[in-house]
Ligand binder design. Sequence first.
Ligand SMILES: Cc1ncc(COP(=O)(O)O)c(C=O)c1O
Ligand SMILES: N[C@@H](CCOP(=O)(O)O)C(=O)O
Length: 409
Amino acid sequence: MAKVKGLKCRECGREYPAEPIHVCEFCFGPLEVVYDYDEIKKNISREKIEKGPKSLWRYVDLLPVENPTVGLTAGFTPLKKAEKLGEVLGLKNLYIKDDSVNHPTLSFKDRVVSVALSKAKEFGFDTAACASTGNLANSVAAHSAQAGMNCFVFIPANLETQKIIGSLVFNPTVVAVEGNYDDVNRLCSEIANDLGWAFVNINIRPYYAEGSKTLAFEVAEQLGWRAPDVVVAPAASGSLYTKIWKGFNELKKVGLIDEVKTRMYGAQAEGCSPIAQAWREGRDFIKPVKPNTIAKSIAIGNPADGIYALQVARESNGAWETATDEEIIEGIKLLAQTEGIFTETAGGTTIAVLKKYVEKGMISPEETVVVYITGNGYKTMEVLEGKLSTPVKIKPTLKDFKEKVLARV
Ligand SMILES: Cc1ncc(COP(=O)(O)O)c(C=O)c1O
Ligand SMILES: N[C@@H](CCOP(=O)(O)O)C(=O)O
């Protein structure tokens, strides 16, 4: 028996075969992969996983791919006990899940792209594409180069230079669209309908999104096969956040962990916070917004998984909170200066929001808290210009060193 039963509409429940489709043709709801958990349970065990590859593919039994061929090094990133940051915040069991060192392109997107392009290969596609705020573009470009696929990445024209170069180096066609991510995404949906390409986050989306579950699988394994009490994770489309929740619950379904009592705390940038705003106003629907934040990687004004992210927060006793641009910068600095981890703006948002949850008394000191750091600071360095101390300039003399440097410290 196959582990994947097919696809199912998240709105009306209609079922479909596992094909490169993403929308229900009756109600236009998004499609999601459905597994045969009884069958998986017969095959899976902690021991088998622990003997598997040191990559996300150790969890292949819970992923919608038969034969992984792309992105064989993604995942299995460190879970670091954050002693110093924990001390600052008054948390005794704080952990950082550090996807800023994911391979090959330094963000969690290497997980979803490995799964999406392995699946695209299985389907027989030869051209990969995506709509991206930068990190996804980097990852699709790198994995396409490795897989020998043609590649087109579509980005908003105003992205950070480091993110643009981080795609161009792999030699895809980079299309810089005049507009924000939501304009890019709309255009890509039209192109995906028109051309036979594997748009990882459009027509391959049901499979792509499953890659984020591995962020939950790894954390549970790294904690000694248990789910944390609290998760803090950033959101743009809300896919990552909802799939972390799905991941913990799947581990329970197949008997690898005993319980899931995790409170799912979400983080958005105040300047693009359609999910957090809905949460604040007690709505169960999303009002799209026009993004205006330095956190460009998570600047999605009309989040595809927004309503499901609200549902997960309700189901898990979680919440949503935001950080201003200044708080995001402070978050980046705080993580760097306590734990030596340089994260990008999405991570700065997550740390700033973690601080707020603690200040509001929503996390108690003994709880096991996992904070997801999903991207690398070397890609968004421009936001720190003018926000850090400057190098001390000296002549190459001992005298100058003593007067200008030692006298100051
Ligand atoms: C670094 C980083 N973190 C978090 C996210 C949010 O992921 P999602 O769109 O699945 O909510 C993104 C992209 O959207 C990202 O690039
Ligand atoms: N942040 C993403 C944006 C698109 O990804 P999606 O999963 O929200 O569709 C990126 O890095 O490009």
